[in-house]
Design a binder for this molecule. Structure first.
Ligand code: ACO
Length: 359
């Protein structure tokens, strides 16, 4: 049975930055409150579609692997948000990358979507259905945000990233994972206003309400990720000392610190970038993976542990053995279209549109 090596990686962060100070101009909050409770200092706000973010991230991951779109057999896009429900986003990625005819599916398990997608594509490579896959995780949360609700507006951001998987006989790629869901807790994190259940209420895009019990999510997140890490280490026959780097879902610095403590892994071996991007949901783990590689934090042959949680409440932990190559084979100059307005201006437009929709 082949393994599924990660041979390419690429990210796409919208350039527009919304700082804590920017949010404090239209909402009763402060940089001090946000930073001390979450670790977040700023986040990105997209000026383009989610399909655009996926395209750039996918093109960069392909170049990194030294492959063309036509080499891809399968695309799995993990995301909670979408430009269109039908056609799906994987088909847009297929078209834009020239991956003609390949299988293309979207998958939604909220913030764990990228890691669930990694499991799906790896299983299809192991079973011989496909040999080369592109797995992407990304979100365009800003249009769906309730920019009047300080409980959630300060926490999230937009972004995307992708990896390329290739069948190999080498002992690398996803080794063992634990996937789970606390369905009984699905009401503690619900976004009202996206999906068919709301059409009879006459809601419009942007007129969302976030049902969000922060402290309950915090507890479940630590329990779910902590137990998934223990399960994976036990089945792999590894101790916390064998893990070279933890690349966790980046929702809140305090959650990350609690999970690391529970797993017995010091923060020096945990990659953290939540301060720059906030919670990008399905994008956090692949973006953090890309940046850990760029920063030289992933050595050849490294054992990587990737825990995550998301709405549902889904949770998981993935053990990935890295290969020999930690640098890209090539790069591409494709990029997003130029920015025409600031992050704050974009958010103010969402607020105005929401006000008009609700009035
Ligand atoms: N600015 C200023 N004050 C605020 C803000 C804000 N942005 N948000 C809430 N407050 C106030 C509250 O109103 C409350 O005031 P009160 O005491 O007068 O009632 C006070 O701050 C404390 O609120 P708590 O909810 O108790 O704050 P807590 O310390 O629990 O932190 C937080 C809240 C950051 C949401 C925390 O519970 C948390 O991180 N939870 C995990 C949730 C999370 O990270 N979710 C994102 C993940 S979703 C996902 O990944 C799928």
């Amino acid at each position: 049975m082949p393994n599924a090596a990660i041979t390419g990686w690429g990210k796409c962060l919208p350039p527009n930055i919304l700082s804590n100070g920017d949010i404090a101009t239209f909402m009763e909050t402060s940089d001090e409150w946000i930073t001390s409770r979450t670790g977040i200092r700023e986040r990105r706000i997209a000026h383009t579609s989610l399909n655009d973010l996926f395209h750039i991230a996918g093109a960069r991951a392909l170049a990194c692997a030294g492959l063309q779109g036509s080499d891809i057999d399968l695309i799995v896009v993990g995301s909670t948000t979408h430009d269109d429900q039908c056609p799906n986003m994987a088909s847009s990625l297929q078209q834009r990358l020239g991956a003609d005819g390949c299988a293309a599916m979207d998958l939604n398990t909220a913030c764990t979507s990228f890691l669930y997608a990694l499991s799906t594509a790896t299983a299809m490579i192991r079973s011989g259905v496909v040999r080369t896959a592109l797995v992407a995780g990304g979100e365009l949360i800003s249009p769906y945000m309730d920019w009047n609700d300080r409980n959630v507006a300060v926490l999230f951001g937009d972004g995307a990233a992708a990896v390329v998987l290739q069948a190999t006989d080498r002992d690398e790629g996803l080794q063992i994972e634990k996937l789970g869901c606390y369905g009984e807790s699905r009401e503690i994190l619900r976004i009202h206003g996206i999906g068919g259940a709301y059409t009879h209420q006459g809601r419009m895009l942007g007129a969302t309400e976030w049902q969000f019990e922060g402290q309950e999510i915090f507890k479940k997140a630590v329990h779910g990720m902590g137990s998934a890490c223990e399960d994976v280490l036990k089945r792999a026959g590894l101790s916390p000392d064998d893990i070279d780097l933890v690349i966790p879902h980046q929702a809140n610095l305090r959650i990350i610190e609690s999970v690391a403590k529970r797993a017995g892994i010091p923060m020096e071996r945990v990659y953290v970038n939540v301060q720059r991007y906030g919670n990008m949901s399905a994008a956090t783990v692949p973006v953090a993976l890309c940046e850990a590689l760029e920063d030289g934090r992933v050595r050849p042959g490294a054992q990587l542990l990737m825990p995550a949680f998301g709405g549902g409440l889904t949770f998981c932990a993935h053990l990935v053995r890295w290969g020999e190559r930690v640098t890209p084979l090539a790069s591409t100059d494709v990029d997003l279209q130029p920015v025409s307005r600031s992050a704050l201006e974009t958010v103010m437009r969402y607020r105005a549109a929401r006000g008009a929709a609700i009035a």
